[in-house]
Design a protein around this ligand. Structure first.
Ligand code: F0G
Length: 458
């Protein structure tokens, strides 16, 4: 018999989680103003809010924590991380930051000014936030297939190169500080970008003399998809694919909380010395001296080790197979999800799940609340709440997709947990026609409102 798939690790330490009753959850979600960010973690049984900083570090990473050098300047931990970044990602310069958005803040402070245009593939919300905060504009050039959850396309994170070239053609070069490519593309459903597309972006960028920056939070998952889906890459190692991917970037921002499997951390890596020096000034102002930039020595050590483990094939296969396991269970129950499945999450299509609710009643958030009530499972809305208001007109932006993201932390839950989640959502799906009222906003922040928004039942 062919041997079945099994995880490439075993469990050394466990953490107790507690189930709750529906009555308790009714109370808690009301107190949280129907915003799942406002729940206490003990009020959640299975937490699929994010895969960011929620992974389980390995024994080797914890060992590295003990070897951290906490010197203010010139710590050995800094050089360990610098060498690892140079070896795996191929960048000669790097700046540590406390997380991904801090890397954006530092790099964009050096590059983005009011009136600029930053084209890319469905910019992540913090990326867009940092662009719009500087009174610049993020222009989405993602391929159209990404916005139809039923279309099967192996690389739904791809940039439409014609759209991109149109943007570059129609604006002066000085107005476009860089193109940002998010790998994998979180906002379109954890969807990968093909090597061919990355190469194409770089060719067009070179033609117009514009920099390419990768938003790299899930670069290793992107490499896994290239290996398993793109012709010519099956025989290459993840590390070889990663090296080629980054050869098409001039700089990168990284949220290390994802594919580098640490609980906190980020960095910027670059090729250009002058830009490194310019960004260093902002790093020192916002994050810390350039050899720690918001990170402890021990955390830089764990991050260096995490970059190695996160780019191993066996680990990635375990990771992405678990996400697909949940996706397949949901498909079997008839639940509409973004396909093919993403790398870090299953994205449930709330417009197809609750078609009878108007978009003004926040379908994906309504579904997130229903799933929480059903089983104590916390997902996250990727829809109109996250899309926020247009900075100029202040009108609500209604994106093409209303998604409920079920984000799987790395090396944390078992497939029994995935079965539980799938069954809970299937139960909601069965009673979907009885969900006749959505939610309305009762209070919101001027930017990045989804974290703190207060809602009430319609
Ligand atoms: N870029 C991408 C593609 C991301 O997914 C994130 C974070 C960031 C940048 C910002 O990094 O959180 O370290 O400051 N995504 C998390 C998520 C929050 O839940 O998807 P950060």
């Amino acid at each position: 018999m062919e041997l079945p798939f099994a995880e490439s690790y075993k469990i050394k330490m466990v953490e107790t989680i507690r189930r709750s009753t529906r009555e308790e959850r009714e109370e808690w979600i009301k107190d949280a103003h129907y915003n799942l960010f406002k729940l206490k973690s003990e009020q959640v049984f299975i937490d699929l809010l994010t895969d960011s900083g929620t992974g389980a570090m390995s024994d080797k990473q914890w060992s590295e924590m003990m070897l951290g050098d906490e010197s203010y300047a010139g710590a050995s931990s800094y050089f360990k991380l610098k060498d690892t970044i140079s070896e795996i990602l191929g960048f000669p310069y790097f700046l540590p930051t406390h997380q991904g958005r801090a890397a954006e803040n530092v790099l964009f402070s050096a590059l983005v000014k009011a009136g600029d245009i930053v084209p890319g593939n469905s910019h992540f919300d913090t990326t867009k936030g940092h662009i719009e905060f500087r009174k610049a504009k993020a222009v989405d050039c993602t391929i159209d297939e990404a916005f139809n959850t039923t279309v099967l396309h192996p690389f739904k994170g791809n940039i439409n190169l014609d759209k991109l070239e149109d943007v570059l053609k129609s604006h002066p070069k000085e107005k476009i500080p860089f193109i940002v490519v998010t790998i994998t593309c979180n906002s379109s459903g954890g969807q990968p970008v093909s090597m061919e597309n990355l190469r194409g972006v770089k060719q067009i960028a070179d033609k117009y003399g514009i920099m390419v920056v990768f938003d790299s939070a899930r670069f290793a998952e992107n490499a896994y998809f290239i290996k398993t889906r793109e012709q010519g890459y099956a025989g290459k190692s993840i590390r070889e694919i990663v090296a080629e991917m980054f050869s098409y970037a001039d700089a990168m921002t990284m949220s290390s909380k994802k594919d580098a499997i640490v609980n906190m951390g980020g960095f910027i890596a670059l090729r250009d010395k002058a830009l490194f020096e310019k960004a260093s000034v902002f790093n020192i102002m916002f994050e810390g001296y350039i050899t720690y930039g918001g990170m402890s020595g021990r955390d830089m050590n764990a991050l260096a080790q995490g970059l190695r483990e996160g780019t191993e094939f066996d680990y990635l296969e375990t990771r992405i197979s678990q996400v697909a396991y949940l996706g397949n269970r949901l498909v079997d129950f008839g639940v509409p999800v973004q396909q093919p499945f993403g790398g870090h999450a299953i994205f449930v299509d709330a417009k197809r799940f609750l078609p009878h609710l108007p978009k003004e009643q926040f379908q994906a958030q309504t579904l997130a609340v229903e799933l929480y009530l059903e089983g104590g499972v916390r997902g996250v809305e990727i829809g109109a709440l996250l899309a926020d208001r247009d900075p100029e007109t202040r009108e609500n932006r209604f994106p093409a997709l209303e998604l409920l993201r079920l984000t799987i932390p790395r090396r944390v839950y078992t497939n029994n947990h995935m079965d539980y989640v799938a069954t809970a959502l299937a139960n909601v799906f069965e009673r979907r026609n009885s969900i006749i009222k959505g939610l309305k906003i009762t209070g919101e922040a001027p930017i990045m409102r989804h974290f703190t928004v207060d809602l009430a039942r319609e």
